[in-house]
Design a protein around this ligand. Structure first.
Ligand SMILES: Nc1nc(=O)c2ncn([C@@H]3O[C@@H]4COP(=O)(O)O[C@H]5[C@@H](O)[C@H](n6cnc7c(N)ncnc76)O[C@@H]5COP(=O)(O)O[C@@H]3[C@@H]4O)c2[nH]1
Lengths: 185, 185
């Protein structure tokens, strides 16, 4: 089951490395950026976006004009499998609510979903569009269970499962993120 | 089958992005580094190291003192799944032969093997050490078949399968790489 392996890979090869460093990254970021960022309803967790249709954009701001790229967190450089100083980074976004107030968060799509999407388009990869939604759900559940057992990653992330039947709403994504930011007060 | 998905992920999420840019990267590198690098028996292909025991080092020079880190190729920055300007880079190594002559190459381990190794150590991941070797072979064969069909990646890589029964030889890795460099003359 492809999704099972991708969830483990995402944890073992990425989240387990970057989540323990996230808090320090945000502290360094606040020190070098405008006063007031990452306050109030902002989140210091990595928001991991999981759209059920695996339809991943490369730029969040292209999906919703209430989302604006703010800046990147400082890079982490880690020697990995022969690549010296491989760079790991996250992007900070300003999410605007209906009152025009901005809330900072560190957000990104779950990259392995790109693999699921692309595999479903390649006939030789062995699975097609009908199986893809099932695989996304399996990815989500496997990842959720792994992260719940992980001491290093505890409280440093939120998985945001995005149902795609609201896609005609041009502010669907910002509202989904704001709902999650609100929930953690 | 975990290895099948990891091979597709490695191709779709990495090799398909970076291999078409490799030649230009090496040209830029030669322009800013010592005359004579990447000449002769050196290779302009990405050497992808696949040890059968999935035992991956993070620094090649730790494995064999005839291997020395030279420098990194220039970074590529690509917007990916909400991470703006995600960095992709490769490391250049000097591989010394028995005559003390150095040959430059761009080499790295196939990072997904780290996932296979780590999964075999986690009891909840669902497979153990006995299955791991089989999974490495499946990864190698799947990747080889995908790359052979890929127009974008043609002639820009070499897969180097490393048998682990020569590991008492302290120069096993440099000799294995040199054999492959020699073969392409
Ligand atoms: N958002 C995000 N930012 C990152 O820096 C990052 N690095 C990894 N990942 C995701 O975590 C998982 C484990 O990564 P691993 O390195 O074992 O496999 C990687 C690795 O073998 C190779 N690869 C990708 N980017 C690089 C890179 N920059 N250098 C070397 N290898 C790379 O191709 C595989 C698939 O990559 P992605 O499909 O981008 O998603 C990966 C994967 O799902 C990332 N996800």
């Amino acid at each position: 089951n492809v999704a099972h392996g991708l969830a483990w890979s995402f944890y073992l090869g990425y989240l387990r490395l970057v989540l323990p460093r996230l808090e320090n990254s945000i502290v360094a970021f606040r020190a070098s950026h405008q006063a007031g960022c990452f306050q109030g309803r902002s989140s210091r967790k990595l928001l991991i976006l999981i759209p059920l249709n695996a339809n991943i954009a490369h730029k969040l701001e292209d999906e919703d004009d209430n989302i604006r790229f703010y800046d990147n967190l400082p890079n982490s450089e880690i020697d990995r499998a022969g690549v010296r100083g491989r760079v790991y980074k996250h992007s900070v976004y300003n999410i605007f609510d209906e009152n025009g107030k901005g809330h900072q968060c560190v957000a990104e799509y779950a990259t392995p979903l790109l693999t699921l999407y692309n595999m479903s388009q390649e006939s030789s990869a062995g699975f097609g569009e009908p199986e893809r939604r099932q695989q996304v759900l399996l990815f989500y559940r496997t990842l959720r269970d792994i992260l719940e057992q992980s001491l290093e990653c505890r409280n440093r992330y939120r998985l945001i499962l995005l149902n795609d039947d609201h896609e005609e709403d041009p502010h669907f994504l910002s509202k989904a993120i704001l709902r999650h930011l609100q929930q953690q007060e």
